[in-house]
Design a protein around this ligand. Structure first.
Ligand SMILES: [Fe+2]
Length: 297
């Protein structure tokens, strides 16, 4: 690091093109070519062996995400995501008011009650986003886990893209896109807008930011309602470019989770396809969101 604390870590500093070039090259070389490269077979996600844990961490280092595949179980132990998280350095759960008391949220089609008003609890498609993009900075979601208890009869696929790859595609297209999306007022989420989060004021902030430990963080939603983008040409151009990248970039991976599988990630970009349940296949995903990033513990 330089002596200037205000300076961004070098790969994310637009003035340091050499550092960016080196980081970009290493990042692209390590990025998985297929979703199969993300998958680690584990016997019991709640009790990873040292080897399984190392394999998951290695993938998270390469692409900010990993997928475990374990034998399906008849009943869902709601504690599973928490136990996986604890083995990957994740300890502080984000609790929103729709989550069960313990901060683990069961995502399934819900016909009645408060949850039924929000897209995650329907069988509809969810557009590209990172989790908690509407959270205040002190509740920044840095990692999350999606554990599949049951899949839908059809559909429900997730597309995923490491947000660092989105950064690269945007910066390669035009560094001004990055400058625009790092501006502190790039996007505003009006109060009480999303997923049943508790009432709170408008959340204005950047799309890309760099955390104290030098990692890139991204807040984003492709939705067009309940979000106000900065009325500025550069921001408009950047969001259009980003939408295009999310639809066309070759690094976007497709993941259809079977029971016993799960995604662990540093809050990468993801979406969800619409799905259809049946009596035997009623989609149930347990979700956990954390304030820490995945680490050695
Ligand atoms: Fe999500």
């Amino acid at each position: 690091m330089t002596g200037n604390p205000a300076r961004l870590p070098r790969p994310f500093d637009l003035a340091d093109r050499a550092a960016y070039r080196d980081w970009r090259e290493r990042k692209l070389a390590a990025y998985p070519a297929t979703v199969a490269e993300l998958i680690v077979e584990v016997a019991d996600p709640a009790r990873l062996t040292e080897r399984e844990r190392a394999a998951l961490l290695e993938r998270c280092t390469r692409s900010n995400m990993a997928v475990y595949a374990s034998p399906p179980r008849e009943t869902a132990d709601p504690d599973t995501p928490r136990r996986i998280g604890a083995q990957l350095g994740l300890h502080t759960l984000d609790v929103n008011y729709l989550a069960d008391d313990d901060g683990i949220t069961p995502l399934a089609v819900t016909e009645t009650g408060t949850r039924s008003a929000y897209i995650p609890y329907t069988n509809r498609a969810i557009r590209w986003h990172t989790d908690g993009y509407y959270n205040a900075p002190e509740r920044r979601i840095r990692a999350m886990i999606l554990h599949c208890v049951q899949r839908a009869d059809s559909g429900g696929e997730n597309r995923v893209l490491d947000h660092e790859l989105a950064y690269i595609a945007l910066r390669d297209a035009d560094p001004e896109h990055i400058r625009a999306l790092m501006s502190p007022d790039a996007m505003t989420i009006p109060a009480r807008s999303e997923e049943g989060e508790v009432a709170r004021g408008d959340q204005t902030g950047p799309v890309f930011s760099v955390t104290e430990d030098g990692r890139l963080h991204m807040r984003y939603t492709a939705r067009t309602r309940s979000i106000a983008w900065k009325d500025d040409r550069a921001v408009q151009a950047a969001t259009i470019a980003l939408q295009q990248i999310l639809e066309t970039d070759a690094h976007v991976l497709r993941l259809l989770m079977e029971p016993g599988m799960g995604l662990v990630c540093n809050n990468v970009l993801h979406d969800r396809a619409a799905f259809t349940d049946s009596g035997a296949h009623r989609r149930l995903i347990l979700r956990a969101r954390y304030y820490e990033a995945i680490s050695e513990r």
